[in-house]
Design a protein around this ligand. Structure first.
Ligand code: SAM
Length: 175
């Protein structure tokens, strides 16, 4: 996912990036890597990296180890399926998720959180690594509320490379 937005000669000038001025929430951030990369690009957005309480000390520590972030990147608790905490935007412009489909009991809470936070204009990018047939159930739950498809406007060479290894970058849109 970050590679999609990593600056190279063919990318838009950062000052014209579509995420300029936007609020971005990453769900299930883990280490926080994706949020940090977004904040390092310096497109002029504000990012919240979120996860469950036990992950927050690691995320805080990693944030401190990355002082070269250009844009603000906040660390916050957000448990899927529960109300969005007051310190996280309830309706962000962009939602990011990487490798968040791996525990069946969390499929419905994750879809519930997406339903709570997304509007018809929210851009939701999901980096998915295909592992188990059971993941199909997540997509079954998802499609009741969202359209989803592989991102097709990424650089073709890198898209082929990650898809060949079983990794897909998808975009969800609320129905
Ligand atoms: C496989 S890790 C992926 C971490 C990171 N996005 C990455 O790609 O490296 C899944 C993350 O989802 C978080 N997670 C799992 N269930 C959750 C829940 N119910 N609410 C919030 N986060 C949850 C876990 O704590 C974990 O950090």
């Amino acid at each position: 996912m970050p590679s999609r937005y990593a600056p190279d000669a063919s990318d838009l000038a950062l000052t014209q990036h579509p995420w300029r001025g936007k609020t971005i929430v990453e769900l299930g951030s883990g280490t926080g890597l994706i949020g940090f990369l977004v904040a390092k690009l310096g497109v002029g957005c504000t990012t919240w990296i979120t996860d469950q309480i036990p992950m927050l000390p690691l995320m805080e520590e990693n944030a401190a180890l990355n002082p070269d972030m250009v844009d603000p990147c906040h660390v916050a608790e957000l448990n899927w399926g529960e109300p969005v905490p007051a310190d996280v935007p309830a309706k962000p412009d962009v939602i990011l998720m990487a490798d968040c489909v791996y525990r069946e009991e969390a499929f419905q809470p994750l879809v519930d959180t997406l339903c709570m936070m997304a509007t018809a204009t929210t851009e939701i990018l999901f980096c998915y690594h295909k592992r188990r047939r059971a993941d199909k159930r997540f997509f079954g739950l998802l499609k009741k509320h969202f359209h989803y498809d592989n991102v097709s406007d990424d650089n073709e060479v890198r898209r082929k490379a990650y898809q060949t290894s079983g990794t897909f970058l998808m975009r969800f849109t609320k129905r």
